[in-house]
Design a protein around this ligand. Structure first.
Ligand code: HPA
Length: 267
């Protein structure tokens, strides 16, 4: 199925051996504008794809070069809170793999739980907890997948180092942390945030974990960056809104784009 979608993409736009696949999270789609020679295809033209329903998610697969190196990028993702299965949320990762990507760079917007995290900060994901209680690999084994994939190094240590070095070289402040993926669509309650903090969460969001599980199951190396858009519920002042999330990602976009482009240049 992913191979069929990849074939549709190849017939529509040029794809040259990508060094990485990119997933551009909420409000982080601006990286697409840095892709040179960009050619894109709407999700609507891809069999099995849905149309993203969330503002900040475009719904285009883009090929071209970033920092001089070929990439394939997904501007817009599918979330389980939109009614998609975990397998569907992760399906586009299979398409990136079928197009030749063996490294996956994921980005997302997240709420900061670690007290030192502030809106606009970037966090390199060092590990995650899949707190959605859904797994994209339940059901019959997809051909080529492992039944029981290892998850002891979900976020590749060498790629994490490369992200940290790139951030350092670019003067972009970053820290590392553990991302908890929940289904949403509600933001958390303060009590839930206190629980997540005790369980070891640095940040919380509504994506990423299913994509990373599938990427690891098909042997991709993964790196991920969270853009902290707000202090999680009860830690900051006032209510959390998607408008605020998008606004903060826009402000952090330049630092994120520098980090992502520098990473792709070096990987
Ligand atoms: N919680 C969950 N997901 C999020 C948040 C949050 O506080 N901010 C951005 N995405």
């Amino acid at each position: 199925m992913a191979a069929d979608v990849a074939e549709v993409v190849r017939r529509a736009i040029p794809v040259s051996a990508p060094v990485a696949g990119l997933i551009l999270g909420s409000g982080l789609g601006g990286l697409a504008a840095r892709i040179e020679g960009a050619q894109s295809i709407d999700y609507a033209a891809l069999p099995g794809f849905a149309t993203p329903t969330v503002p900040g998610h475009e719904g285009r697969l883009i090929t071209g070069t970033l920092a001089g190196r070929p990439v394939v990028a997904l501007a817009g993702r599918f979330h389980v809170y939109e009614g998609h299965s975990a397998a569907m949320a992760a399906f586009p990762v299979r398409v990136l793999h079928a197009l030749g990507a063996r490294i996956l760079l994921v980005s997302n917007a997240a709420g900061g739980i670690r007290r030192s995290l502030r809106p606009g900060d970037l966090m390199i994901v060092k590990d995650h907890v899949n707190f959605t209680w859904m797994n994209p690999l339940t059901g019959p084994v997809v051909a080529g997948d492992e039944r029981f994939p290892d998850m002891s190094d979900p976020y590749d240590p060498a790629l994490r180092r490369l992200l940290a070095e790139t951030a350092d070289a670019a003067g972009v402040p970053v820290s590392e942390g553990v991302y908890f993926g929940l289904t949403g669509p509600t933001y958390e309650t303060p009590a839930e945030v206190r629980m997540l903090e005790r369980l070891g969460a640095d940040a919380v969001g509504m994506s990423t974990v299913h994509e990373v599980i599938v990427a690891r199951a098909i042997g991709m190396r993964v790196a991920a960056v969270s853009c902290i858009t707000n202090q999680a519920a009860g830690l900051g002042d006032g209510a959390i809104s998607h408008a605020e999330v998008i606004e903060v990602t826009r402000k952090a976009a330049n630092a994120f784009e520098q980090l992502a482009a520098g990473f792709i240049h070096r990987v």
